[in-house]
Design a protein around this ligand. Structure first.
Ligand code: FES
Ligand code: FE
Length: 422
């Protein structure tokens, strides 16, 4: 018997309708997490037109050191040139378009195309191209630059020819907070890449709330309090004693930072600007120093000009794709790279003082234990949510009172998608 299948053509998604019927205060509809069309729109509108974090300066400490960053069809080289400036270029040869650098990171004298060996200096200028006519003007064929900026040792780029101009204000506000940590000279102690089977927005949404921390992150809670955006009324009776301890730790941290002359102002501009961000202070539990057992230090050498190990956690959240924790003895940097509608790479980098010696001043397992465990727990939560939102039974649900940063992320995102659709 021959069975014939009648193909049913899938109607293309009406993105404008899905965006316009978005219910405020609720999670997004399924296509935002599952549709190839919306994923491609995200790459264009969000990652193609905004500043986003891509590396730390510590990853490219010497002239010629580079990382490559791939976002959808785009590939960008971030390289420290011979004058030690950080530059960014399209990872495309100006001859016939071959990809220049295929590795995720490395070190070069010049950038040499593997195809016909056109050769570029690390400032992007073309220095060698064989068999060209005498009229050939090498100056016309340098690598195509990409806008790149650094803020206190963090590297950002923007693929647009006209990047959002509010980055200057972000930079002016945030840099004074980062300078005491001296991340520009820090050392990469460890880096991990994990691929989560979930849409990049689910990864970000999960990062933007600590509603789940109490139950899901036992290791994290040896150092952190499970409160973020919780007002006193939000705290259930069972957690009142812990909340009291949190408020006491917060007051002590304010006193310590004030005495050290550290800037105190917090800022939350997550959805009101193209370069949305939030900068805030987090007290730590236990010994209050870092993420070791009982809140003890995990690296003997403190970062930059920090002298008091009990210096809490300075946290930075950035739209669309990054979050950071700066502690007295190390920094942890996270960023998210979309790979497909249902897959996201999460890169985590641990930075320590440049003179800190592995095995003497710090142990990699102890340094990374809390966030490795937490990342894995978050991965499972994101993957469970991806399965759920892909289920035809899913309908968007309401945010709780402690998920306003999730809503701010989603509002920032929807606003940008909506305006791109006119
Ligand atoms: Fe690069 Fe020919 S494509 S040298
Ligand atoms: Fe989490």
């Amino acid at each position: 018997m021959t069975v014939t299948h009648t193909s049913i053509e899938k109607p293309s998604l009406d993105i404008a309708s899905v965006v316009n019927r978005r219910a405020a205060g609720h999670s997004l509809e399924a296509p935002f997490y599952t549709s190839q069309e919306i994923y491609e729109l995200d790459l264009d509108v969000i990652f193609g037109r905004h500043w986003f974090f891509c590396a730390t300066e510590a990853e490219i400490p010497e002239a010629g050191d580079y990382v490559t960053v791939n976002v959808g069809p785009h590939s960008v080289i971030i390289v420290r040139d011979d004058d030690e400036e950080i530059r960014a270029f399209r990872n495309v040869c100006r001859h016939r378009g071959a990809r220049l650098l295929d590795q995720g990171c490395g070190s070069v004298g010049n950038i040499v195309c593997p195809y016909h060996q056109w050769t570029y200096r690390t400032d992007g200028s073309l220095v060698f191209a064989e068999y060209q006519p005498s009229t050939f003007d090498r100056e016309q064929f340098g690598l195509r630059p990409v806008h790149v900026r650094t803020v206190g040792g963090l590297v950002f780029f923007c693929l647009s020819d006209e990047p959002p101009s509010d980055f200057d204000e972000f930079s002016r506000f945030v840099e004074p907070y980062l300078l005491p940590y001296d991340l520009r000279t820090a050392k990469v102690a460890h880096q991990t890449d994990i691929v989560e089977r979930g849409n990049w927005k689910l990864v970000m949404e999960n990062n933007r709330e600590c509603h789940h921390c109490d139950v899901s992150h036992p290791e994290l809670l040896t150092a952190y309090f499970p409160f973020n955006r919780h007002s006193e009324e939000d705290v259930p009776p069972r957690m009142r004693p812990l909340y009291e301890r949190y408020k006491a730790a917060e007051a002590a941290l304010t006193a310590t930072r004030t005495a050290a002359g550290f800037p105190q102002e917090e800022r939350r501009e997550l959805d009101s600007r193209p370069t949305g961000f939030q900068l805030f202070h987090l007290p730590l539990d236990g010994a209050g120093a870092s993420l070791g057992k009982g809140g003890e230090q995990v690296c003997k050498k403190l970062l930059g000009s920090i002298t008091d190990p009990k210096f809490g956690d300075l946290s930075l959240h950035m739209q669309p794709n990054a979050w950071f924790h700066f502690l007295s003895d190390h920094a942890v940097v996270f960023w998210v790279q979309p790979l497909s509608p249902g897959e996201t790479l999460v890169r985590t980098t641990w930075l320590v003082h440049p003179d800190a010696v592995e095995g003497v001043d710090y142990d990699v397992d102890a340094l990374t234990a809390v966030w490795k465990a937490t990342n894995d727990q978050d991965r499972a939560l994101v993957e469970a949510t991806q399965c759920g939102v892909a289920n035809p039974g899913y309908v968007p649900g309401p945010y709780s009172t402690v998920e306003d940063d999730v809503e701010a992320f989603v509002n920032w995102y929807v606003k940008r998608i909506r305006s791109s659709l006119g």
